[in-house]
Design a protein around this ligand. Structure first.
Ligand code: UTP
Length: 280
C-alpha cells in the first residue's frame, strides 16, 4: 500500500562543516556505505520501490550514487573489487529514483511539501537518512514495522524513542494515550521544547508515514520554531483533525547528523561487521 518513500535531503548539514561544504551530509559514509544508501535499503526492505528525493544545491553526488558509473564499471570489471559494487547495482536495478529541488531551505515541513510533486495523492513514507536505524532481532526495519501498523490503522504514524529529559530540546516531543503496547494516539506535540516544558520524553525520530492530506495542512502551516516550517506543527493539526499515531519501534537508532552519533554508528557497524567476519 505504501509505494513511495520521500527523502528530504536538502539541509545544509552545518554541524558537519567543513566536511559538508562540498559533500552532502547524506553521502557521508558509515564504513564504506553512504547514509543515503542505508536509508534506501531500509525503504526497499519495507516493500517500497520508488524513492523520491528532495535535494538542493550541491547535492549532485546523491544522484550520481544511484546511477551507473561507466568509467568505474569498465575499470574494475572482472577484478576482485567488482563485488564491492554488488549491493548498489542491485538497488539501482530494483528501485526507481526521482528528484526535485528545494530552492530555499525553509525547514523539514517545507522540504516535505516540496516533495508533493513526486508523491502525488497517496500515503507515503519519509526517511531522514541522517537518522540511521538498524534492525534488532527478527523485527524487520523500523519502516517495515511502521508499514505493518499503517496497514491496520490507515493514518499518519511517527516513530518515537525515549530520550533523556535534557535532550528534549533536540526533537519533536509527543504526548498521548497508549492504545496498545508501544503505540500512542497523539494528543499533543511540540518541536524542540525546553526540558521544563516538554510534555513527555518521547521523541520523534526521522521515520514517518504520512497521509496525503498533510500537504494541504503544510501549505497552511506558518513558520514555527527557528522560523522554519515544521512537520511537527502540521502533524499536530492532523492529530487534532483526525488521528496520528506514535510507535515505539524495535531497533537501534543513531543520530548521524551529530558528530557523536556518527562516531557511535561507525563503531557499532564496525563491531558488527568484525563479528560477522569472525563467524565466516
Ligand atoms: P536537520 O536540521 O537535521 O538537517 O534536518 P540540517 O539542517 O541539514 O543539519 P544541521 O542542523 O545544519 O547540521 C533534518 C532533515 O531535514 C532535511 C535535512 O536534509 C535533514 O535530512 N531538511 C531540513 C531539508 O531537506 N530541508 C530543509 O529546509 C531543512
Amino acid at each position: 500500500m505504501i509505494k513511495k518513500c520521500l527523502f528530504p535531503a536538502a539541509g545544509y548539514g552545518t554541524r558537519f562543516l567543513p566536511a559538508t561544504k562540498a559533500i552532502p551530509k547524506e553521502m557521508l559514509p558509515i564504513l564504506t556505505k553512504p547514509l543515503m544508501q542505508y536509508g534506501v535499503e531500509e525503504a526497499y526492505e519495507a516493500g517500497i520501490g520508488t524513492m523520491a528525493i528532495v535535494t538542493g544545491r550541491g547535492k549532485r553526488a546523491i544522484e550520481d550514487h544511484f546511477d551507473v558509473s561507466y568509467e568505474l564499471e569498465h575499470q574494475i570489471r572482472g577484478g576482485a573489487k567488482e563485488v564491492l559494487l554488488d549491493e548498489i547495482r542491485s538497488l539501482i536495478s530494483r528501485c526507481t529514483f526521482s528528484y526535485t529541488r528545494q530552492v530555499e531551505m525553509k525547514g523539514l515541513g517545507h522540504a516535505i511539501l516540496t516533495g508533493e510533486t513526486l508523491i502525488g495523492h497517496e500515503p507515503f513514507a519519509v526517511i531522514l537518512a541522517d537518522d540511521l536505524c538498524d534492525n534488532e532481532g527478527d523485527e524487520g526495519g523500523v519502516l517495515s514495522q511502521m508499514v505493518a501498523l499503517y496497514e491496520r490503522y490507515g493514518c499518519s504514524i511517527v516513530a518515537i524513542e525515549e530520550v533523556s529529559k535534557e535532550e528534549t530540546n533536540k526533537y519533536g516531543i509527543i504526548a498521548g494515550d497508549e492504545i496498545e503496547p508501544g503505540v500512542f494516539r497523539i494528543s499533543h506535540m511540540v518541536e524542540k521544547p525546553d526540558p521544563k516544558e516538554a510534555p513527555s520524553n518521547l521523541a520523534i525520530i526521522g521515520r514517518y508515514i504520512l497521509t496525503p492530506d498533510i500537504f494541504d495542512i503544510l501549505r497552511e502551516t506558518k513558520p514555527g520554531k527557528g522560523g522554519e516550517i515544521q512537520i511537527t506543527d502540521a502533524l499536530l493539526t492532523q492529530a487534532q483533525n483526525s488521528k496520528v499515531l506514535g510507535v515505539r519501534f524495535k531497533g537501534k537508532r543513531f543520530d548521524c547528523g551529530s558528530v557523536e552519533g556518527f562516531v557511535k554508528a561507525t563503531n557499532y557497524f564496525y563491531q558488527k561487521q568484525a563479528s560477522s567476519d569472525e563467524v565466516r
